[in-house]
Design a protein around this ligand. Sequence first.
Ligand code: ASP
Length: 339
Amino acid sequence: MTKILIIYTGGTIGMVNDPSNGMLIPFDFQQIKENVPELNRLDYHLDVHSFHPVLDSSNIDPEIWKVLAELVYSKYDLYDGFVILHGSDTMAFTASALSFMLENLSKPVVLTGSQLPIGEIRTDAKENLITALEIAATKENGRALVPEVCIYFDAQLFRGNRSIKYNSEKFEAFRSPNYPILAEAGVHLQFQKNYILPAPNDKLNLRTNFNANIGVLKLYPGITPQAVKAITDSEVDAIILETFGSGNTTTAAWFLDSLRTAIHRGKIIIDISQCKKGSVQLGRYETSRELQKMGVVSGFDLTFEATVTKLMFVMGLKLSAADSRKLMEKSLRGELTND
Ligand code: ASP
């Protein structure tokens, strides 16, 4: 019988109203089972591992990513797939982080959650949970059909490291702006096999060392030297530069000098666009040519979430700055397109 491990971390999916102040607070996983009797009707063996305490996903950080990755790793041989119940707010970060930590993954790790608590009549939680379980259990010729870390939400399956939380109110909370969905759940579960990563033959490899010492510099017209230098002159090891359009910035000399100095001091600077869709193309316009010359790394079409987690992951590998830059521009788990 197919065996799935459900890992419950917290989030709206398992929340109730605190009658004393009307705020949503997490409750114990037992209540999820009570609220979804359908789980008992599935033809799978389901085990549940619940976090104590359960977490709103805004409190999930690299330490928790490590706990999750180690849990999947330690139970890997015992289960056919994993479903992680997680708050939607930072789900795309966790999914991206797990994709980097779990190298040579050949089983599904499906993250899901909901916009409405599971106990509410109009909840989206049941469909999300039940279909996520089905996806985690799906096999073809004895092998998992989706050997990836992915997010299932509102009838769509996304590659985890390509997804972003896009809407805080609609059931359609996630999008994957630069990569097609992996499956759609209508009357049938329709997988887009061409877009799913092939299963590797090598053994699962776990790498959990993250270096979170990064900074983010989001550009806007009128940004001051003080605001830029607060990041470029700081003690961070790497900087995510959120630029305009296809990777463009002001060409003001003080700005370019600040970046150049930071790179000379050994910092990695990666350029991603403030546009959700499309790719950075360094050197396409004059306003990005200098960045390319000084050694700014292209983030191509990476999401912000994948950039943060990949940067922390790559820096955790403790390679030379040159090798780290190379890895950042290469697709490790299908997170970017660089051709
Ligand atoms: N604040 C919640 C969380 O991310 C929202 C959700 O679960 O969707 O944990």
